[in-house]
Design a binder for this molecule. Sequence first.
Ligand SMILES: [Zn+2]
Length: 48
Amino acid sequence: MEEIKKCECPECVKRAHEAARHDEMGLAILIMLMPAMTLTLLSNVGLF
Ligand SMILES: [Zn+2]
C-alpha cells in the first residue's frame, strides 16, 4: 500500500488550516442553531 503523503508547502498547509477552520465554524454554527431550531420545532408542534 502506498502511504498518503502530506504536502507541507505553504499553499497546502494554508488550505488545510482553512478547511479545518471551516469545519469548526460549521459545527459551531450548527450547535448555536440547535436550540433555536428545537424551540421553533416545538412551538410548531404546539408544546409552547
Ligand atoms: Zn503543496
